[in-house]
Design a protein around this ligand. Structure first.
Ligand code: TXA
Ligand code: MG
Length: 321
């Protein structure tokens, strides 16, 4: 039987994607974390289309996706810390923020005119080979409307953009399901700006030193504007860390047994597996958001390993700020 599964991409689709990038158009790419809305990082008009389609504030910089350390070092001031971390975790869900090289051909729109650039090599074969063939980085935020839940499969992307949706390279469901860890290594002590599958403990082990956690103090300009409290938000309110379901509520469950009384239930992982929960988190939020419940009760998720990132996204999804 012919296999129509999205993993078996037709190479002509890759050719079309490359032509789109060369012509300053957007292409939705699969990555191991979430789907990205990608454009030629050097092309101002193309980058502007990303901000327009997402309704993203221009002060929120974009991550440049590269095929590896060699490409990255043509754009940022590569250093030993970067080399150690890339050796340990690339290709993979870790974004490194480094000083942008003077005169590097990166659109100032992508960095909001700043002096740093976030770079990462996504761990997805098709996307890596597309970037290699393109020969330079593409910038790609998560392929969702700004402030909304990130897409962990191609259908989510179609839901976000409808008839305005650009070409999608459908690479199947994302294996990690939560956006990359963002680490600022422009400072003497590396600072974790966003939690992800590569945890603080994993980074500290690789570097053999402790790192800092970014805590917005409310006075300085936000270092990573994407860390605005309200983010990843469904329209239905969330009630976190509860094992009771109120009347009219839907339930985002974790583990087994689960409380009774909810008409709509989505279990992140009946076996209590955090990796599985991460891959299902955004699909679960989208599903329950569409159920018409008054609110979504969320069971506690352990705060270890990728559970830290899951709790971080749930906290932001629940925030009213
Ligand atoms: O997993 C991911 O990182 C996905 C996939 C598509 O690669 N991309 C993604 O991009 O999540 P986005 O734009 O949705 O989130 C990027 C985050 C934002 O919080 C942004 O503020 C931060 O990274 N960021 C990007 N460049 C930065 C920089 N130069 N300095 C500080 N924070 C930066
Ligand atoms: Mg995003």
């Amino acid at each position: 039987m012919t296999d129509f599964s999205p993993q078996y991409l037709d190479s002509s689709l890759e050719d079309i994607a490359l032509t789109h990038w060369q012509n300053g158009e957007l292409v939705v790419i699969p990555t191991e974390t979430v789907y990205g809305l990608a454009a030629d990082a050097s092309n101002d008009q193309a980058v502007a289309k990303i901000y327009a389609l997402k309704h993203r504030p221009s002060f929120n910089p974009l991550i440049a996706h590269v095929d590896g350390t060699r490409m990255a070092s043509r754009y940022v001031a590569w250093n030993e810390v970067a080399e150690t971390l890339a050796t340990a975790f690339w290709p993979g869900p870790l974004t490194l923020v480094l000083p942008l090289l003077p005169d590097a051909p990166i659109s100032a729109l992508a960095t909001d005119g700043g002096e740093t650039l976030g770079v990462r090599a996504p761990n997805h074969g098709h996307t890596l080979s597309l970037i290699t063939r393109f020969g330079k980085p593409v910038v790609a935020p998560s392929a969702n409307q700004s402030g909304r839940v990130s897409p962990s499969c191609a259908d989510h992307v179609r839901q976000e953009f409808g008839s305005a949706c650009p070409l999608i390279i459908d690479g199947g469901a994302c294996r990690v399901g939560i956006e990359s860890t963002v680490l600022d290594i422009t400072t003497a002590t590396p600072t974790l700006l966003r939690h992800g599958a590569i945890t603080q403990a994993m980074i500290e082990k690789a570097l053999n030193t402790t790192i800092a956690l970014y805590a917005p103090d409310g006075t300085s300009t936000l270092k990573s504007p994407g860390l605005l409290l309200k983010h990843y938000a469904p329209s239905t309110p969330l009630r976190l860390n509860t094992t009771k379901v109120n009347e009219g509520e839907a339930l985002l469950a974790f583990g087994d047994p689960i409380p009774e009384g909810a008409q709509h239930v989505f279990n992140l992982s009946a076996s209590g597996n955090l990796q599985e929960a991460a891959t299902r988190l955004f699909a679960g939020l989208r599903y329950l958001d569409a159920c018409g419940a008054t609110s979504i009760a969320v069971m506690p998720v352990p705060k270890n390993d990728i559970g830290i990132a899951i709790n971080d996204r749930l906290m932001r999804a629940a925030s009213k700020a």
